[in-house]
Design a protein around this ligand. Sequence first.
Ligand SMILES: [Zn+2]
Ligand SMILES: [Zn+2]
Length: 748
Amino acid sequence: MADGLRIRVRGQVQGVGFRPFIWQLARRFGLRGDVRNDPGGVLIHACGEALDAFVAAIAAEAPPLARVDAVETAPWAAGADAAPAGFVIAPSRGTGAETRVTPDAATCADCLADIRGDDPRRRGYAFTNCTHCGPRFTILRGLPYDRARTTMSAFDMCADCAAEYSDPADRRFHAQPVACAACGPQPEFEGRREAAIARAAARLRDGAVLAVKGLGGFHLCCDATDAAAIATLRARKRRPAKPLAVMGRWPDILTCARPDGAERAALGMAAAPIVLLDKAAPLPEALAPGQNRLGWMLPYTPLHHLLLDAVGRPLVMTSGNLSGEPQAIGNDEALDKLGGLVDGVLLHDRAIARRLDDSVMQITPHGPMILRRARGMVPETLPLPDGFADAPQVVAFGAHLKSAICLVKSGQALLSHHLGDLDDALTWDEFVKADADYAQLFDHRPELFACDLHPGYRASRHAASRADGAPVAVPHHHAHLAACLAENGWPRDGGPVAGIVLDGLGLGEDGTIRGGELLLGDYDRVTRAAFLRPAPLPGGDAASREPWRNLLARLDQAGCSEAADSLLAAQPRALLRQAMAAGVNAPLSSSAGRLFDAFAALLGFDGAQGFEGEAAMGLEALAARAPGGEARPYPFSMADSGAIDPAPMWRAALHDRAAGTPPGVMARRFHDGLARAFARPARALVARGEARVVALTGGCFQNALLLDLTVQALGGAPVLIHTKVPANDGGIALGQAMIAAAAAHPRR
Ligand SMILES: [Zn+2]
Ligand SMILES: [Zn+2]
């Protein structure tokens, strides 16, 4: 008999080089036994002297892309006959349906050294990867994850790659996309392969706009230091104002942005997200007009590294799409759609199986915050909070903008990648495909279907058809609150929370349009403790595009119509006032987003927004530039009904404006006043013991200044904020799924 251990390792442990890591560790400690993948993760049988040290090293020394959630041990006695002589990697057991697929990962330091090294197989080779880096989800066609089910199936490994692939001591052992210059994909520029990257780089240095095929799609690309090239790109993409992301090497980023430690850590994540960084050195203003910050990312494929090395300057890398459409992924599609917008296309012959945008993050005074979950961050799962162990399989379809789908299964929630705004027909096609795709990949058989309460949303109609007419329809802001609770692991029986929901527009249970609420409750139910006093949205949807409409409505409501007459002299005020008085196409809304828009209009934002949130982002940038100390918050009043009235704020702001107060100071007073107006009643709920914590959610809490001022105004009350799941509608499907799961097992 051999006394040994049966060791179960749970977490993200498949497809990340975990078995060869265990194999090497076992050899180091002189153990005998085996390691295999199975539906529960990785299973090890080991016997020998140094078992304790071996078990301790499993979590401590795990490979870079692994995430070890648990290492569980049990005694194991191998029969004398069965006791293995050495340590072996055994074939996988069980069906592949539960196999975790890992996210795509940026090129690792070793592979970077390879492409800059001397071995001709990898020197300058744009598709170098290993077990610790490279494409995963973007090349995956089906499960289980092996080469035959990826877009690498088109390439036969050469003998050298095959040897690396089958050697447990090699960094490329079982790296499914392993390739080299002799056998793998190749880049191509203007119809020719030779020196493709060098020729593309030369064109970029000359000011050309190119399409570049990356990991999850095509980018439109130009020299980020060249104002004329940026203007050309903007004109051709018809994207006048929305900020453009920039890809730069470390020296460029450290010079142009000066990230702090947390920001550098975010940039260097395996996900290589876009990170919003304060502007430091001058780059063309046209990259992000009116913003204090610019989105930066590091090169994340060898092709990007080689391109940036050759250009020697940071590059604009923005989604390669026609305005509003999803980004192109196919070579023919890119040539067809983008060919007319660009001066050349740098492509390659490894197909993209799955369209994934770049992920976006920021670092707030309260830590990292994901704004868009996409490449490198999916398909990671979140464990469900305590009390949801028996949750049924649920699929939730999100809202209408920043669409994403959420699956619940086996105690985990899987929030899909960012799919986009469902107004666009092609994005809608992507959404329907993603629903089928995720269901198939995760062998998901939903018992419940959840969606937004708004029956007119395409996603809600889709849910109704999938659910035979009976989806769980969830009020928009309850879903935001539940998403915030779930990502923070708030237990089902954790008690009521105060949820400050500051958002754009969402349908409430009473049929009104909401967006500035203080909710009290949990996953099961909420009541409304306070709310922004509703005002009309003159022109309906037009009020979301044109901030001045909200200024007119709010000033009139505050009894400041004369000020509106002079500020909005050129606008058709009489017409809108008639409509508002008659209640024609002027629904009442408590939207905090529209209040931001109204204030931006007061400070001079005229015309229409070029993209969602433009006015509010400009207002945040203005306020962030203002000195904090001298800005006293604007007053809001609160009625017994719970209505928070901005009328006193408007009167004070008009006074400031007449007195010549700098706009930045006014913007700061507005942020601080709104934060305090909602923090005060929330804090009172906690003080009275009616709420355990305060949760901050809704799209407005992407605003780092508003978030910080609200946390400050809560004066030490415990706070839950979004970090991993977007505060905006990109996170709402998670909340819908949690509420549906709660409804499936009602509490008594
Ligand atoms: Zn690598
Ligand atoms: Zn090869």
